[in-house]
Ligand binder design. Structure first.
Ligand code: DGY
Length: 327
């Protein structure tokens, strides 16, 4: 019998996933849950048949120049793969898979939560109460803005963007605009955006017409700093920005400046350009909501993501086509 695949898991995963992996393969788990350094990733590439990494593992192009690479599959736990130099992996003969579908709704929920938090001033209100400063209700105290009837501009109309659009339209009657390089490919009508969602031709039109802009595009060289000083200047001063996609899509220095100067009304951020580092300037502003990359962070979804990665490892072990192959 062939010896089982050597699988290295770079971060702690929900117990059910670790148990399932360990029951099938020769698995090395990360009990400490401390992220691996570049040198450690190189060693793992030399030792493992399959690596199960996640967004914190930076597989930059040079890492794939390592000699004696044994790895044939990176079964990433996460839908975003911008932390992996895909072309370099491919050249090194390594396939990459991701975990689409299973995190769509939970991630969309966080985008909606951020809209509510920033527009209704929920983080600020909670901090105020906890500080002991609350003196009771006053009719004009801490007034926020309603989401109802507002225009939501979605950049990137993939599964998550459309789920946000559906929820925002159903719950708050928001009118949806979206900007995407091509019309969405919908396999299942239940995953479509709401009726009446309007595809706009240019990013500028979306930014000028939206009360809330929510980012749902992948991080690629084309989308890096898509939101920058000049695109922020297209947003009206009452508008809000929400980012649950990737930090690199936003030029964080330009956003900080726009927020400080009140060029826009506020921002809700779940991802950061230099994650996990978040600047003191952002932390100091009350009209900014900051979350620690919680988009898909529910037990249900993180388990489903791990199981989806396992499905790819199983296909690889069986010599079958990889269900979620990216390259
Ligand atoms: C993803 O799936 O890419 C999320 O950001 C969490 O990893």
């Amino acid at each position: 019998m062939a010896s089982p695949l050597r699988v290295v898991v770079t971060r702690k995963l929900p117990a059910a996933v670790e148990e399932a992996l360990a029951s099938r393969y020769d698995v090395l788990l990360n009990r400490t849950d401390i992220g691996l350094s570049s040198d450690q990733l190189v060693q793992v590439l030399q030792q493992a048949d399959v690596i199960v990494p996640t967004v914190t593992d930076k597989f930059h192009p040079g890492i794939f120049d390592t000699t004696g690479i044994r790895t044939k599959l990176l079964a990433n736990v996460g839908v975003g793969v911008n932390h992996i130099a895909l072309e370099a992996a491919k050249r090194a003969g390594i396939a990459v898979t991701n975990t689409p579908d299973v995190l769509t709704e939970d991630t969309a929920d966080i985008a909606i939560a951020l809209m509510l938090m920033v527009m209704r001033r929920l983080g600020e209100g909670e901090r105020h109460l906890r500080s002991g400063a609350w003196a009771g209700l006053r009719p004009t105290f801490m007034l926020g803005r309603t989401l109802r009837g507002r225009t939501l501009g979605i950049i990137g109309y993939g599964r998550i963007g459309r789920a946000v659009a559906r929820a925002a339209h159903a719950a708050f009657g928001m009118h949806v605009l979206y900007h995407a390089p091509r019309p969405p490919r919908i396999d299942d009508p239940a995953t479509d955006g709401p009726a009446g969602a309007e595809r706009v031709a240019t990013l500028e039109e979306l930014l000028r017409r939206s009360d809330v802009v929510s980012l749902h595009c992948p991080a690629t060289p084309e989308t890096r700093h898509l939101i920058n000083a000049s695109t922020l200047a297209m947003m009206p001063p009452h508008a809000y920005l929400v980012n649950t996609a990737r930090g690199d899509v936003v030029d964080e220095a330009a956003l900080t400046h726009a927020l400080k100067e009140r060029q826009i009304a506020g921002a809700g951020l779940d991802v950061f350009e230099f994650e996990p580092s978040v600047t003191a300037e952002l932390k100091d502003m009350e009209h900014v909501v900051l979350l620690p990359h919680l988009g898909s962070a529910t037990m249900e979804t993180r388990t489903a993501m791990g199981m989806r990665a396992l499905r790819n490892v199983d296909a690889f072990a069986a010599g079958e086509a990889l269900p979620d192959r990216v390259v």
